[in-house]
Design a protein around this ligand. Structure first.
Ligand code: TXA
Ligand code: MG
Length: 343
């Protein structure tokens, strides 16, 4: 298949909309990471997304909408089925990098939700994403546009690296502003729970809804919870609320090792390890974001991919303070390192 390179022009976005309406796959920029879009109401189109990504089909997708009016038909009970807390959160953070979980209506195929009775919905703020979804006139299922297991793409070229020849088109937009995926918030239980941390932190949400917001406890970094996607037995025995979090994730080809400590300790430890590696003929790269969580979020995935292109064997990363956005980036760093951390 020849993958079309489209621009963000009106006519190209219109063409992308036609491709989506006819069941095709189009990658497009959002404020978080690039998404791989398909008609969320078309089970066959959704299945072809799993195929292009090489993604296990029990991993549910986020449905992207352009207007609040698009929500009613996707949620059980329609507009009235949306609780007060969800309405407050939507009012405060949509459009933007926050995904909400709702009980799903029968219009949403099982293929889209991986068989779950709930559906994840988000309204992106990126202008091109907004125009594309509006133009298409249907809800768009869009996982990150990477091969399953690889770091999410935050540039159009990173999308092509994984998807060229496998999908109909890519909208060649800007680099993503945020750089890590949206916060996933579940308001369907007794208390508000973050299933995937992002740039919208529990503190920000608490301020709006006036109650405490919790992290799902699988986020706090239990390595036993991360399993090999090929291991069927392990897969079926572990069912977290957000199925995506059980799989190996964000992994470059190089081995990633996190190092925790002061700047001085980091520099000392890295030069000591680099000496040893050089003797073995191994090439190592170093990432120190100096506790700038925003910069780390924006650059981490792109940096990991760049080091792979330069064929590094090992990547040393200095850890971040685990609070606010730092917690969310550390969640990705720990996964990319397979939880290998030197303290
Ligand atoms: O920022 C983003 O959210 C990006 C851009 C493209 O919008 N999309 C994205 O999609 O990250 P994906 O498929 O790579 O991640 C979706 C996450 C997974 O962790 C999945 O398990 C979770 O959302 N999820 C989806 N539907 C869910 C549901 N019904 N219940 C719980 N978790 C769900
Ligand atoms: Mg993803």
């Amino acid at each position: 298949m020849q993958t079309k390179r489209l621009s963000e022009s009106e006519s190209d976005v219109k063409l992308a909309g036609e491709i989506l309406r006819s069941g095709g796959l189009v990658a497009f920029p959002t404020e978080t990471v690039y998404g791989l879009g398909a008609n969320a109401l078309d089970a066959e189109a959704v299945k072809s997304v799993y195929a292009a990504k090489g993604r296990p089909s029990d991993n549910p997708m986020i449905v992207h909408i352009a207007n609040i009016g698009d929500l009613g038909s996707l949620v059980r009970g329609g507009r009235d089925g949306i609780g007060r807390t969800a309405a407050q959160v939507m009012e405060a953070f949509w459009p933007g990098p926050l995904t909400l979980i709702f009980p799903k209506s029968s219009a949403v195929p099982d293929a889209t939700t991986g068989g779950l009775e709930t559906v994840a919905i988000r309204m992106p703020s990126n202008d091109t994403a907004h125009r594309l979804i509006s133009e298409t006139g249907i809800p768009i299922a869009a996982p990150s546009a990477n091969i399953s297991g690889r770091p999410s793409p935050t540039t159009a070229n990173d999308v092509l690296e994984d998807m060229d020849g496998k999908i109909d088109a890519v909208i060649m937009g800007e680099n993503c502003e945020v750089g890590i995926e949206s916060t996933v918030l579940d308001l369907t239980g007794d208390k508000p729970v973050i299933l995937r941390p992002g740039v919208i932190t529990p503190e920000l949400i608490s301020e709006i809804i006036g109650q405490e917001v919790f992290y799902d406890n699988t986020l706090l970094g239990n390595p036993d919870r991360t399993i090999d996607p090929q291991d069927q037995d392990a897969r079926s025995s572990f069912k977290p609320k957000s199925p995506g979090i059980k799989y190996r994730h964000y992994s470059p080809k190089a081995k990633v090792i996190l190092i925790e400590g002061t700047d001085n300790i980091f520099t000392e430890k890295v030069s000591q390890l680099e000496e040893e590696l050089k003797e073995q003929g191994l090439k190592s790269a170093v990432l120190n974001y100096k506790d700038d969580a925003g910069k780390a979020a924006k650059n981490l995935f792109a940096d990991l991919r760049e080091f792979d292109r330069q064929e590094y064997d090992i990547i040393f990363i200095k850890t971040l303070e685990k609070s606010g956005l730092g917690f969310s980036v550390m969640n990705r760093m720990l996964k990319s390192a397979g939880y290998d951390i030197i303290k």
